[in-house]
Design a protein around this ligand. Structure first.
Ligand code: NAI
Length: 369
């Protein structure tokens, strides 16, 4: 059977923001390869929707759809807050079981991306690699996170980790009165591409690490090379620590985990850490400072986004990632002053930037024209 696609325009809106529905959601299935994907485009007011492609197992298509919608709206906020001229979108690939030919799945996904003619640009996310992006590149030009001419491999993860580390130092300055993380205990949930790189930054700075991962080879490596203490995945959120860094899953901050948290600061890479917006208030109620995920984990998209614009040199990227700290400081200061949660403030700030981008674009044209 040939590839089948169905498109829904203006279909889904977050109930908390009904005025901001997704622009387009595409379901594509390709029977020969077993590829099934959802590509969700939330908002293209700032430019083409740029967001990674997650490749994982889902219990059903509905679960994949829900994930794609939440992640793509998050990309609109992340890109807007980072000042990038990109909208928000995300793709999820439902891992076929069995999967005889991974490359065939990725090529079929590349065709689906190509069918959107540049309205969506893909890149790495959980479950996809630089090599996967090279396979997708054989079918479409609308893909980032590729090796560049200077020999850098294109993986956004180290840059995401760098941004989380910078934000964590800003958070420490605010919460503990000192940005240094030397001697602080940081609990890291998930030692994948971002979590392990973050652990390396922290170990270099002299932080004490407590880590958990479902994959024992990753925790063993951190114990051996970074002197990390390993705890079970069910314990990590509640260990005695100064800072908790969720770097694995979404919805880890919820009504069950929040009462048990012992950290005073939360700063990690995982997308959609708050299960509900009420959990932001729960954290404030416990006196815990939460740095919003879409603010702090923008380093990777800043790197691939600037590379896409031909401005991916290290100095420009580093300068743009450093600004994450300035935004984190602004949100924490305003949260203290206003009594609003950092998550709500960052959300409102990003949504204002979504609406106000035309004026910003005009300024860009004047500056560079
Ligand atoms: P990854 O797939 O490389 O790493 C995730 C790690 O979490 C794996 O080591 C996995 O074994 C572990 N894990 C899974 N379930 C767990 C559990 N219950 N408890 C503890 N560990 C568990 O993913 P990556 O790229 O490091 O991303 C991590 C998070 O950061 C994801 O939520 C991702 O969406 C988000 N993110 C990643 C970016 C990037 O540049 N890679 C950019 C922005 C956000």
């Amino acid at each position: 059977m040939p590839t089948q696609a169905s498109v829904i325009d203006h279909p889904f809106a977050n109930p908390e923001h009904p005025q901001s529905p997704h622009e387009r959601v595409l379901f594509v299935s390709d029977e020969p390869s077993g590829m099934q994907c959802v590509i969700a485009i939330h908002d293209t007011a700032r430019g083409p929707a740029y967001g990674g492609c997650r490749f994982t197992r889902y219990p059903d298509v509905q679960a994949a759809l829900t994930d794609a919608l939440r992640l793509s709206e998050g990309m609109s906020l992340k890109n807007a807050l980072a000042g990038l001229p990109f909208g928000g979108g995300k793709a999820v690939l439902i891992q076929p079981d069995p999967m005889p030919d991974r490359e065939a799945v990725l090529r079929a996904f590349g065709d689906a991306v190509e069918s959107l003619a540049g309205r969506y640009i893909t890149a790495e996310d959980v479950g996809t690699s630089v090599a996967d992006m090279q396979t997708i590149r054989s079918r479409t030009a609308h893909v980032g996170g590729l090796p560049d001419d200077d020999g850098r491999d294109g993986d956004p993860s180290p840059y995401t980790a760098m941004g989380v580390h910078i934000a964590m130092r800003a958070g420490a300055a605010h919460v503990f009165g000192n940005e240094s993380l030397a001697g602080r205990t940081v609990a890291i949930q998930g030692l994948g591409s971002v979590g392990y790189s973050l652990a390396e930054h922290l170990a270099r700075e002299g932080a004490r690490l407590v880590v958990a991962d479902v994959d024992a080879t990753r925790t063993e490596r951190a114990a051996r090379l970074l002197d990390a203490e390993v705890v079970g995945v069910g314990q990590i959120a509640a260990v005695d620590c100064d800072i908790f860094a969720p770097c694995a899953l979404g919805a880890v901050l919820n009504e069950r985990t929040i009462p048990a948290l012992r950290a005073r600061l939360i700063c990690g890479a995982a997308n959609n850490q708050l299960a509900t917006s009420a959990d932001g208030e729960r954290l404030v109620g416990r006196g815990i400072t939460y740095l919003p995920d879409f603010l702090v984990n923008a380093g990777g998209i800043i790197r691939v986004g600037l590379a896409h614009l031909g401005r991916g040199d290290e100095v420009t990227v580093q300068t743009a990632i450093d600004e994450i700290a300035t935004r984190a400081q602004a949100v924490m200061t305003l949260a203290d002053r206003s009594g609003q949660t950092p998550a709500r403030l960052a959300d409102a700030w990003a949504r204002r930037r979504l609406r106000e981008f035309d004026a910003e674009l005009d300024r860009e044209v004047v500056v560079h024209g």
